[in-house]
Ligand binder design. Structure first.
Ligand SMILES: [Zn+2]
Length: 241
């Protein structure tokens, strides 16, 4: 007997549910399998430095320590078909690190640089979250950093618009082509080089080939951000205690 609002648990139903759980955006017609998480529309990301690096899958020069425990990455957003807004709170003195140090120490021994870590995070976030109209970043260290992010945002938005235009033109040009029943997979434009040049160019040297990043800011971060040293000391005590 099937209870009201319940679903048959035959093999086909189980398979369909599995398909929807894995890629709900590809199979909107299976939304009868949706759960609470599929209705989430807004997300606030308030993570420490190491968790942001991991969540955004920043791998250049970043050696991730295998903690033996699964950690969530931005791939999880693919499982949220109704998500349309993201509020990202950059790490600061109050949320520089989590209760446990899961990853590598993010601070250089003598020249730690939270600005470069911030830059790694917001440059990558601007790329990953480009499709979200309602995407805001908060908790910048200063106006300069915020201005730098806003300039980057203009580039990534422009890049996304061009990519969409090109895809539309390509589709129109391909008369006689077959329209897919499911959305096309995300296409990464060659204009991603804008981002790469931004990251290594005038906006700073966010993606050094060293990790932790070494500070070469005009005013040393070690002087500006006194709390950086405190984190190093507490992390050291935790690992030796
Ligand atoms: Zn610095």
């Amino acid at each position: 007997m099937v209870e009201p609002y319940s679903q048959l648990q035959d093999e086909e139903t189980v398979d369909l549910r599995r398909m929807y759980m894995k890629e709900p955006k590809l199979y909107p017609e299976l939304r009868r399998f949706a759960t609470f998480k599929h209705g989430i529309r807004k997300l606030c990301l308030n993570l420490d430095f190491d968790s942001f690096l991991h969540f955004l899958k920043i791998t250049i020069a970043y050696v991730h320590h295998d903690t033996g425990k699964p950690r969530t990455t931005c791939d999880v957003l693919e499982e949220l078909p109704n998500l349309d807004g993201i509020r990202l709170i950059l790490p600061g003195p109050n949320n520089a690190h989590g209760p446990r140090n899961l990853g590598p120490i993010v601070w250089h021994d003598t020249h730690p640089c939270p600005r470069k870590l911030h830059r790694m995070i917001y440059v990558r976030a601007a790329e990953v979250f480009v499709t979200f109209k309602d995407f805001v970043v908060e908790n910048f260290f200063d106006e300069l950093e915020e201005k730098s992010f806003n300039e980057l945002r203009k580039i990534t938005d422009l890049q996304a618009r061009f990519t969409k235009l090109e895809l539309n033109e390509l589709y129109e040009d391909c008369k006689g082509g077959i329209k897919l029943d499911v959305p096309a997979p995300e296409v990464h434009s060659p204009r991603v080089s804008y981002l790469e040049s931004y990251m290594t160019g005038q906006a700073g040297r966010a993606q050094d080939d060293k990790f932790p990043p070494v500070c070469d800011c005009d005013v040393s971060c070690h002087e500006t951000f006194q709390w950086v040293g405190k984190y190093k000391e507490s992390a050291g005590e935790a690992s030796t205690g």
